[in-house]
Design a protein around this ligand. Structure first.
Ligand SMILES: Cc1ncc(COP(=O)(O)O)c(C=O)c1O
Length: 387
């Protein structure tokens, strides 16, 4: 009997699955029946609820966490001739948006412990052309925010926090979104708080919020139809009310979501402790249970000690009824970036992480027994395929 047929009675465990409650589903139905389905009252309510969550700071919703990053850069005045420092270990939109506004991305390698941008390397990468920093809170683990903002203040740099993965995370007891400069969230389907797709910008004042509103929809000013005008070059980035209703339904549960994820992450650490995978050199995430929202649980494979590739390892997991993902191959090695001068060897920690990382299942609808099953499968594969 093959592995897969032996375990076919066990339901497949995906690496992520959103938890949407019945009230939210009914709320979406109500929106669909209401006669107003695009940006409207649900967005207003979502913005107000997000603002309250972020300590009263102004918030504007968008249709993605990519749009928020791009508009965040525009609001910070970043454009042609400017450099923006960021990490090569992220989803590629983090740096694509820098090109999008006509500026130049400058990468600083990651700290292999946290997998976030190494703040010493960030500081060393600052030049007279540096205008802003986009730190990414990978897996929802914030960077050292005190140090980050000390650097930003000293060098007079704007910060656009790529907190796409960090909704629900905190820094020394304060929520991400409550502190800092411009903060960008994503509500993509896989995020801890989803609106199916979507994003939000947390801003410093009403002037920035008004600019965000204009950039979000063709730059039009708020005047009535007779006096309609457009005074900045905006795009089409507004969030639908259906999406906003989903986000509102999720927001109610965010504290529980974060707590459950932290507990599942703890179960992973307990499940891997002393096992074959760790003994072979498998890497675990930074064990932060105070700040991180545990958006993902990412291991790194000791490929030099195994007879299979990462893809084959993931295939083995799949045969055991377990889904997995890769987040993320180092951005600077993508063709577009190589064509713009980036090369292998420039950011070795991000390259190694990108080549060896595997994201294991972590979502609120799974149980500690599921975690134990994943740990068992990982150890089993490592034992079976050890060199
Ligand atoms: C770190 C990071 N930045 C930016 C984004 C972009 O967000 P979106 O997919 O909502 O455009 C994502 C989403 O995957 C992300 O994980």
């Amino acid at each position: 009997m093959t592995q897969s047929s032996a375990q076919s009675s066990v339901p497949f465990l995906p690496f992520v699955k959103p938890e949407i409650d019945e009230e939210t589903i009914q709320g979406v139905v109500d929106v669909l029946r209401s006669g107003w389905i695009t940006t409207g009252p649900q967005n207003q309510a979502f913005e107000a609820a997000l603002s309250e969550y972020c300590g009263g700071r102004p918030v504007r919703t968008f249709n993605s966490g990519t749009a928020t990053l791009e508009i965040g850069l525009r609001i910070a005045g970043v454009g042609p001739g400017d450099e923006v420092i960021t990490t090569p270990a992220s989803w590629v939109s983090t740096s694509n948006v820098i090109y999008e506004v006509g500026a130049t991305p400058v990468f600083a390698d990651i700290d292999p412990l946290t997998r976030n941008i190494d703040l010493d390397k960030l500081e060393a990468a600052i030049t007279p052309r540096t205008k802003a920093i986009i730190p990414v809170f990978l897996s929802g683990l914030p960077v050292d925010m005190d140090r980050l903002y000390a650097i930003a203040r000293q060098h007079k740099l704007r910060v656009i926090e790529d907190a796409a993965q960090a909704f629900g995370a905190s820094w020394n007891g304060k929520r991400i979104g409550e502190l800092g400069d411009i903060v960008s969230f994503s509500f993509h389907a896989n995020k801890n708080l989803t609106a199916i797709e979507g994003g939000a910008l947390v801003l410093n004042n009403e002037d920035e919020a008004e600019l965000a509103r204009k950039y979000r929809l063709q730059g039009i000013t708020r005047t009535g139809l007779d006096g309609m005008d457009c005074d900045v070059l905006g795009g089409k980035y507004n969030l639908t009310d259906v999406a906003a209703r989903v986000g509102l339904g999720q927001l109610k549960h965010i504290e529980r979501f974060t707590l459950q994820r932290r507990n599942l992450a703890k179960a992973y650490f307990a499940g891997f402790e002393g096992g074959a995978a760790v003994k072979l050199g498998m890497g675990l995430p930074h064990a932060d249970f105070a700040n991180s929202n545990w958006h993902m649980f990412q291991i790194t494979l000791p490929l030099e000690k195994l007879t299979l590739t990462r893809a084959e390892f993931m295939e083995q997991l799949k045969e055991r009824g377990i889904g997995s993902g890769v987040h993320y191959p180092a951005i600077h090695l993508f063709t577009l970036y190589r064509e713009r001068g980036f090369r292998a060897g420039m950011f070795p920690h991000a390259e190694r992480f990108g080549a060896t990382t595997v994201t294991l299942p972590l979502f609120t609808l799974m149980t500690e027994a599921d975690v134990a099953r994943v740990c068992h499968a990982v150890n089993d594969i490592c034992t079976q395929f050890a060199k």
